[in-house]
Design a protein around this ligand. Structure first.
Ligand SMILES: [Zn+2]
Length: 245
């Protein structure tokens, strides 16, 4: 059976002299592995390179195994390669995609999110830290791990006072009264509003907000710790990015 889909290459591994295995976030099948025979060099090499966004024609063999028949690049995000910091963040997004996106299921929203994130990183008009936090929190939300943003998880108050606290292992927020002696991350009303916005806004609007530098830094800390706690993973690309900033 032939599968026609667009997708972004999130990993590539060499295999023998000219072949490689690529991992792709596809619109139609989510994250899949594809044998790309002869693609290390030759006409399919750029369309199957890391972070290329391409139209793909795939032969589905047995189970979840795919063989590349044709690949045409739609966008190659060359500008990411001009800045190592930005490139390491883009590679971190690729790692997150692998951890959090569906398998053998449609992944429209996830693919749009990653494409928008990479586009914004290339443009450089939004702070990289904002793009990072939105990508982390929205991917978690799409994967079913939206933090409990509505109210204090203990008393149900609407968290309008300035002091708010976040439990990054459970995704719960607490008012000052209920935070008690728990080990929680402090969070402001402004940062909570940003988190609510990222989780709940329509897909095409999620990057359209601003925060102070301190707010962005707090947001980044919260989204990152929550993500690490949910996935239970350490991300080498993230460590590298943080060394560069
Ligand atoms: Zn409370």
């Amino acid at each position: 059976m032939t599968v026609l889909t667009d997708g972004i290459i999130i990993n590539e591994r060499p295999l023998k002299e000219k072949d490689k295995i690529i991992t792709v976030l596809t619109r139609e099948k989510g994250v899949i592995s594809v044998f790309a025979n002869g693609a290390k060099v030759g006409k399919h090499s750029s369309a199957t390179g890391l972070l290329a966004y391409s139209d793909l024609s795939l032969a589905s063999t047995k189970g979840d195994s795919y063989v590349l028949k044709d690949a045409v690049p739609k966008q190659v995000f060359f500008r990411l390669r001009e800045d190592l910091t930005v490139l390491s963040l883009a590679q971190y997004f690729a790692e997150l995609t692998y951890e959090l996106c569906p398998r053998e299921d449609k992944a429209d929203s996830e693919l749009s999110l990653i494409l928008n994130s990479l586009h914004l990183l290339c443009e450089g008009k939004k702070p990289a830290s904002l793009v990072k936090s939105v990508t982390e929190l929205r991917l978690l939300t799409l994967a079913g791990y939206m933090p409990a943003v509505e109210c204090c998880s203990e008393c149900g108050c609407d968290l309008t006072e300035e002091a708010i606290f976040f439990n990054y292992t459970t995704g719960e927020f607490f008012c000052e009264k209920c935070a008690g002696g728990k080990r929680l991350l402090p969070c402001s009303v402004g940062v909570l509003s940003a988190i609510r916005y990222i989780c709940l806004a329509p897909q095409n609007k999620i990057f359209s907000f601003s925060l102070s530098e301190d707010g962005l830094s707090a947001l980044s800390d919260i989204s990152e710790r929550y993500l690490k706690s949910i996935t239970g993973k350490k991300f080498k690309t993230l460590d590298f990015y943080k060394k560069m900033i």
